[in-house]
Ligand binder design. Structure first.
Ligand SMILES: *[C@@H]1O[C@H](CO)[C@@H](O)[C@H](O)[C@H]1NC(C)=O
Ligand SMILES: *[C@@H]1O[C@H](CO)[C@@H](O)[C@H](O)[C@H]1NC(C)=O
Ligand SMILES: [Ca+2]
Ligand SMILES: [Zn+2]
Length: 596
C-alpha cells in the first residue's frame, strides 16, 4: 500500500491540477510526444520525443537501389531514407537491422557532423520482394545546432548526472550524441548510464556537453503498478506440476541449463538467471538430470528456503519458456533478444535476463529494465503484502509474463535501443502488450473468456486492473477515446490490452485455435496468427508509436505475412473500440475500410 500512497502524494496531485486546467483532449495530445517523470532529488523532468511519422505501403514501393542485390539491407535503407526525406548520405547513419521471416528491418539515425541524433530515428521495412512496406521517422530539421565538439569533459558530465539524478555512473561506455529539443534546437550531449541500487532507478542521462544541463533521459525501467480493488472472493492457486523437458531445442539449442559455453546445474543458463539477493544465490538442482523439484508450501512465508527455491525455478521456467515462444515468432538473436551466447546468429550477446526474486527494493509490484541489446534485461519480482502469509509475484505466471514482455516490446520497437517506448502513449501501450501477451500464454481453447490479471497475489477475484479484458463493452467500456482522460501508463495500457483482446477474439473466431501454437508457429489458428502479427508489428512500428501507428503496423504486418488476409477482421476489431479509419487525436471512429 505504501506504493500507492507515495504515488498519490508525489504524482497524482500534479496530474489533477494540470487536467483541471485544460479541456480533456488537448491535455492528452502530449501523450504522443512527451513524458513527465518524477526522478530522484525532487527532480521533475519532462522529456521530448519528436513525433514519428509512419507510412505503410501495402504490397510495397520501390527504393533507389531496387535493381541491386537485395541482401544489401544497409545500402537499401540508407538510400531510401535519403531519397524519401531529401537528405544526403552525411545526414543518415545505419544503426541496426535484421531479416525476419516476413520482412527485413533497418533502423537508422539522423546525424549531424557525424554525431548521431539520439531521438531522431527512422525505420524502414522491406518485404520479401525487396520493396519498402513501411517507413517511420522522427527526423528533425533543427533551428540551431551547437558545435559538435564538447566543452564539458565526460568526467564533468558524469558528476553532473550523478548529482542531478542521485545515482552512480555504472561504467557502461558513454557516448556523444545530439538530442532534439522541443524548442526546435538540438543539444550536444554526453550520454551516461546512472543507476541507484536502493531505488532501482536505471536511466540514460543526456547531459548538455556545453552547458552541463540535464536535458533528457531514457528510463530503462518499466514498472507495474498494481492498484488495490475490493476483495470479493478467493481464487485458489492453480496446481503446480513437475514438467519434463519443457525447453524448445529449436529456440535454445543447448537447452536451458547451459550458459552458452558450459552446462549448469542451477537456475542459470543462456537465457536467464534466477536468484535472490545475489547472482550466486541461485537454486541448485534437486537431482541429476537436471531435476528441480521444489514444491511450494503456501501455508508458510514465501521467504522459507523451500519457497524461495520454488520462486527461482518458476521464474527460470517462465522466462525460458517466453524466450522460446517469442524466439519462434521472430524475437531472435538478430532481432535483439536476451541471450548470453548468440551462436553466431547476429545481434549482441551477454545479455540474458537477470531475475531477482523477492527483491528487497519493493513490495506489491515488479519491474523490468530494458537497456539496449548487449546489456542484460533486469527483472525484479517483489513480495505482496495483502495476505498472511505474504504471496510471491514470482509464482503468479501472468505477472512474470507481463514483466518479461516489457523486454520484448522495448527491444523490438526501434531496433534494440530500449529508447523507443518512452512517451506516455507508447509507454502505455507497453503495459498493454505485456497484459496481452500474458493473456495469450494462458488460452487453452477457442473460447475467449474475460481475462483478469493478478488475482492470486492480491487474493481476490477481480485482480489488479480496473476492468477484465472482454469482448463485452458492458464488462469493459474502455476505448480509444478513454485516452482523453487517462494519463497513467497502466491505465492507458488497459485500453490497448482490451483492444488487443478483441483483435485476438476476432482472429480466433475467423481461424479457430491451434493447441500447439506455443511451439509451432506454422500452425494456422487465430491464436497463432495473433502472435505473429503482435511480434511482426513491433519491428515495423516507428519509435514511440501511438495507438494509430501501432494499429497501422498490425495492418501492414498482416500484408507482409498473410497477404492482407485478415485486413477486415483487424479493422473491425480496432474500429469496435474507436480505432477506426478516421480515428485521430483520441477521438473515436468506428469506420472500417470500404469492402469490410
Ligand atoms: C532537396 O534538398 C536540396 C538541398 O538541400 C534543395 O535544394 C531542394 O530544394 C530539396 N528538394 C525538395 C523536393 O525538397
Ligand atoms: C484470501 O481471501 C479469503 C477471503 O476472501 C480469506 O478467507 C483467505 O484467508 C485469504 N487468504 C490469505 C492467504 O490471506
Ligand atoms: Ca542480445
Ligand atoms: Zn508493466
Amino acid at each position: 500500500m505504501l506504493f500507492n500512497k507515495l504515488l498519490a502524494s508525489v504524482t497524482t496531485a500534479v496530474l489533477f491540477s494540470s487536467l483541471s486546467a485544460a479541456a480533456p483532449w488537448p491535455s492528452s495530445v502530449k501523450h504522443t510526444t512527451h513524458r513527465e517523470r518524477d526522478l530522484a532529488s525532487n527532480l521533475r523532468l519532462v522529456t521530448f520525443h519528436p513525433e514519428s511519422t509512419f507510412e505503410t505501403f501495402g504490397v510495397g514501393i520501390d527504393h533507389p537501389l531496387n535493381k541491386r542485390a537485395s541482401e544489401d539491407l544497409e545500402g537499401a535503407a540508407l538510400s531510401f531514407v535519403q531519397s524519401h526525406l531529401n537528405l544526403s548520405d552525411k545526414d543518415v547513419n545505419f544503426k541496426s537491422g535484421f531479416s525476419g521471416e516476413a520482412a527485413a528491418h533497418a533502423y537508422v539515425r539522423q546525424q549531424i557532423d557525424g554525431v548521431p541524433v539520439a531521438n531522431a530515428v527512422a525505420n524502414v521495412a522491406f518485404n520479401q520482394a525487396g520493396k519498402v512496406v513501411a517507413f517511420g521517422s522522427s527526423f528533425v530539421k533543427p533551428t540551431s545546432v551547437p558545435s559538435s565538439k564538447p566543452t564539458l569533459t565526460l568526467e564533468e558530465a558524469i558528476a553532473k548526472a550523478e548529482s542531478a539524478l542521485g545515482g552512480k555512473f555504472n561504467e557502461w561506455p558513454a557516448t556523444l550524441e545530439f538530442i532534439a529539443k522541443e524548442d526546435g534546437s538540438v543539444a550536444l550531449t554526453h550520454v551516461v548510464q546512472i543507476q541507484n541500487d536502493e531505488t532501482g532507478a536505471w536511466v540514460e542521462a543526456f547531459i548538455d556537453a556545453h552547458s552541463g544541463e540535464l536535458v533528457h533521459i531514457t528510463d530503462f525501467v518499466t514498472k507495474a503498478s498494481f492498484f488495490v480493488l475490493p476483495i470479493t472472493k478467493e481464487t485458489p492457486p492453480e496446481g503446480l506440476e513437475l514438467l519434463t523437458n519443457p525447453e524448445d531445442l529449436s529456440a535454445s539449442p543447448d537447452g536451458w541449463n547451459n550458459d552458452g559455453t558450459t552446462s549448469t546445474t542451477d537456475t542459470s543458463g543462456n537465457n536467464v538467471i534466477s536468484f535472490k539477493g545475489s547472482q550466486t544465490a541461485t537454486t541448485q538442482e534437486s537431482g541429476a538430470g537436471p531435476v528441480f523439484n521444489f514444491p511450494p508450501d503456501f501455508t508458510t512465508a514465501p521467504t522459507t528456503t523451500q519457497n524461495v527455491n520454488t520462486a527461482h525455478v518458476n521464474t527460470f521456467y517462465i522466462v525460458n519458456t517466453i524466450h522460446d515462444i517469442s524466439y519462434k515468432y521472430g524475437f531472435t538473436e538478430a532481432a535483439f533478444n536476451f541471450q548470453n551466447n548468440n551462436f553466431g546468429l547476429g545481434g549482441k550477446g551477454n545479455d540474458r535476463v537477470t531475475v531477482s526474486v523477492q527483491d528487497s527494493a519493493g513490495t506489491n509490484n515488479a519491474d523490468f529494465a530494458t537497456p539496449a541489446d548487449g546489456q542484460s534485461g533486469r527483472m525484479r519480482m517483489f513480495l505482496w503484502t495483502f495476505t498472511n502469509p505474504q504471496r510471491d509475484g514470482a509464482l503468479e505466471n501472468d505477472i512474470v509474463s507481463h514483466e518479461n514482455t516489457h523486454g520484448i516490446t522495448n527491444r523490438l520497437t526501434g531496433g534494440g535501443t530500449g529508447r523507443c517506448l518512452q512517451t506516455t502513449e507508447a509507454g502505455g501501450m507497453g503495459e498493454g502488450w505485456s497484459d496481452a501477451f500474458a493473456e495469450w500464454t494462458e488460452h487453452k481453447d477457442a473460447t475467449v473468456p474475460d481475462y483478469i490479471l493478478g488475482q492470486f497475489v492480491e487474493n481476490n477475484s477481480v485482480g489488479i486492473r480496473s476492468h477484465p479484458y472482454s469482448t463485452s463493452t458492458t464488462v469493459n467500456p474502455l476505448n480509444y477515446a478513454s485516452l482523453q482522460t487517462l494519463s497513467e501508463v497502466h491505465d492507458i495500457g488497459e485500453v490497448w490490452a482490451n483492444l488487443l483482446h478483441n483483435v485476438y477474439a476476432g482472429l480466433v473466431a475467423a481461424h479457430g485455435f491451434s493447441a500447439t501454437a506455443h511451439t509451432d508457429p506454422t500452425t494456422t489458428g487465430g491464436n497463432t496468427v495473433f502472435l505473429h502479427l503482435f511480434i511482426d508489428a513491433l519491428s515495423l512500428q516507428p519509435c514511440n508509436p501511438t495507438f494509430l501507428t501501432a494499429r497501422d503496423a498490425w495492418i501492414q504486418a498482416d500484408v507482409n505475412r498473410f497477404g492482407g488476409a485478415n485486413k477486415c477482421t483487424l479493422w473491425q476489431a480496432f474500429a469496435s473500440r474507436g480505432l477506426g479509419v478516421n480515428a485521430a487525436n483520441h477521438n473515436n471512429d468506428a469506420t472500417v475500410p470500404a469492402g469490410c
